[in-house]
Design a binder for this molecule. Structure first.
Ligand code: ADP
Ligand code: MG
Length: 301
């Protein structure tokens, strides 16, 4: 129907008697397509709906050309907006976690570590233990896949939108000592306590200084029943006193950690070593690609 614009807020149908003039809010005045697009773009930006903005024309065209019920149009756009936000959140979580490599559980060869309960790992990947603030300790020799499993569980938590931190025990203690010396220990401790999941990798046989061991204990106790902690170590629990410097401190750390804990028992042969002992497939061709290392998870993040 044709409308004539009387003033900014008044519209009148061209063929209507003057008494039938209708008053409508300025924003609903029928603008030209180009004006409308510009306005809509501005509104969608203010509303922080970038996916609506980037997709509404394409989705509208699709609905028009396929004769779809237009009531589904907004739903489609709202879903697209939510999916995009979720994707961005996961990306942010993965970046914030600072994983040392891109690993996923689906590239882990469970058959190589028969002592590891696959079902337990898959259950942990559902992240319900994080809601219950339970901890995980993975114990096994070097190269058995502890870090791989820990990153895989960390990635699973990121995919649920949970905040994750990954750090080696050595770096954690170095950062804590530095923060203490620079009078910003409290801030760091607050950040460490805030992660839904903190992964402390490689609590290995390097005796810690008393101050370092105490700071590690503080982290564990500040996280107690607040968040989940995953620790990987090549030492059985009864040898942690050698790293932590005293039986008393080791007992205190283990008391906090093992109140609600899942132990991942990883025994077996170093995975890479075992792979290298296997007969290698014969190489063909001119050798192109020789020397290239192919990571099973490369590019999956
Ligand atoms: P750890 O932390 O126990 O020393 P890593 O997790 O660093 O061992 O494993 C060393 C390398 O071997 C990594 O590249 C890891 O992805 C790979 N790896 C180890 N175990 C497995 C496995 N069972 N399946 C697939 N890859 C594995
Ligand atoms: Mg490791």
């Amino acid at each position: 129907m044709a409308y004539a614009k009387l003033s900014g807020a008044l519209l009148v149908r061209k063929d209507a008697p003057i008494a039938e003039t209708v008053s409508v809010p300025r924003v609903t005045a029928a603008p030209t397509t180009r004006e409308g697009d510009g306005l809509l773009a501005r509104h969608l930006k203010s509303l922080k709906l970038p996916t609506f903005l980037s997709q509404y024309q394409r989705v509208a065209q699709q609905y028009a050309s396929e004769g779809l019920d237009p009531s589904g149009y907004l739903l489609r756009l709202a879903e697209a907006e939510l999916i995009e936000r979720e994707r961005q959140l996961i990306d942010r979580r993965v970046k914030q976690a600072r994983f040392p490599a891109a690993k996923n559980l689906d590239s882990f060869d469970f058959a190589a570590v028969p002592s590891l309960e696959k079902n337990l790992v898959l259950e942990l990947a559902r992240c319900e233990y994080i809601a219950r603030q339970e901890n995980v300790i993975a114990i096994g020799e070097l190269g058995i896949g502890k870090t791989h499993i820990a990153i895989g569980l960390g990635m699973a938590a990121c995919r649920k939108g949970l905040s994750v931190g990954f750090i080696t025990a050595i770096s954690l203690i170095r950062e804590l000592l530095e923060a203490r010396d620079e009078q910003r220990l409290l801030r760091l401790q607050r950040r460490l306590a805030g992660y839904k999941l903190l992964i402390i990798d490689e609590l290995a046989y390097v005796p810690l200084s008393t101050a370092g061991a105490e700071l590690l204990f503080d982290v564990v106790s500040q996280r107690y029943e607040r968040g989940s902690t995953i620790i990987t170590s090549n030492l059985p629990l009864d040898e942690w006193s050698e790293v932590l410097g005293s039986q008393q401190l080791a007992s205190a750390v283990l008391d906090r950690l093992t109140h609600h804990v899942h132990i991942l028992d990883m025994r077996g042969e170093n995975y890479r070593l075992r792979q290298s002992k296997r007969p290698q497939p014969q190489r063909h061709g001119d050798g192109a690609g020789r020397g290239k290392r192919i990571e099973p998870d490369a590019g999956r993040r």
